[in-house]
Design a protein around this ligand. Sequence first.
Ligand SMILES: Nc1ncnc2c1ncn2[C@@H]1O[C@H](COP(=O)(O)OP(=O)(O)OP(=O)(O)O)[C@@H](O)[C@H]1O
Length: 342
Amino acid sequence: MRLEVNRAAVGYGGRIVLDDVSFSLQPGQIGCLLGPSGSGKTTLLRAIAGFEPLARGAILAEGAALSRPGAHLPPEQRRIGMVFQDHALLPHLTARENVRLGLFRSPAPQAHDRATQMLALVGLADEADRYPHQLSGGQQQRIALARALAPEPRMLLFDEPFASLDPELRDRLARDVRAALKRTGTTALLVTHSQSEAFAMADVIGLVGDGRLQQWGDVSTLYDSPASRFVAGFVGEGTLLPGTVVGHGRVHCAVGEVGCKGGAWPLGTAVEALVRPENVRVVPDGPCIAQVIERRFRGDAFLCVLRLDDGRELKALLHRSNAPAEGASVPIALEGPLSVFA
Ligand SMILES: Nc1ncnc2c1ncn2[C@@H]1O[C@H](COP(=O)(O)OP(=O)(O)OP(=O)(O)O)[C@@H](O)[C@H]1O
């Protein structure tokens, strides 16, 4: 299903939580709403499910309005399924019976076959006759997914579905859920505040913060070209260094001169440049000396925390063959182009 959210505002009792939200999801695409706690991710999800009305704007499915002020299709008529963190399985029913709950409108033999098929899809064909307490947290969450997929919803919404699981299991389950959604071609929108979950699951990510949808795009766009300081600070690692525009697409900062994205800044504009760990190089004639105050092993590279003369800290991803020892002082330079914010 194609989902379109058009300049939507949603809130509670006259207090708007999120305003002017616009994005779309293509059929079969997986989107993820990422953002700090309390930023309104769940509220937006609930508005799409039909549990919260819109104050302004519209939500459309296949071009037809689901929600707009004064017109509201009830949740049960939207054919949009939801999966929650606590998976809400009934303890006295087997895995297959739990999945069949979503199929109460189908005749019994068809419901049985469909439930079996859905359990196979999530890799639990052999566990169909087990009870929830005989299954792990990850398996229970996969049953909840099978149950949500069984009635063939037009779209699935997930609210922090893996939050109660340990981190390693979360990432693996996120990949499994993604595979199941792709196999069934189900459009989905997931809410999380975990970046790694968003990166593992999503085709497209929406970053929510300060009452707005700050940016909607694929992971590399958010990382390489953040639309705001907020996005720059939230997605990936990096430091904002103050600088001045010294030429077309050139900025001068504490680590010397470096190229920046977008050349349209007037000379002398005060900016902040986003330095990602991979923008930092150790070079013999580097314009700035930095001290290595910490080194973290990252397989082929070390993530080094460097301190500049003025006390600012930068993170640098340096190849093992080139990573200085902790405590060493080394000349560094920046390799652009960097994103800058005025
Ligand atoms: N039923 C409600 N009535 C009034 N205010 C609410 C209600 N539910 C949430 N809020 C408020 O709306 C804001 C957004 O909450 P929401 O749960 O959507 O955020 P979130 O981004 O999903 O947070 P988290 O990541 O912690 O789940 C918060 O300030 C919250 O206190």
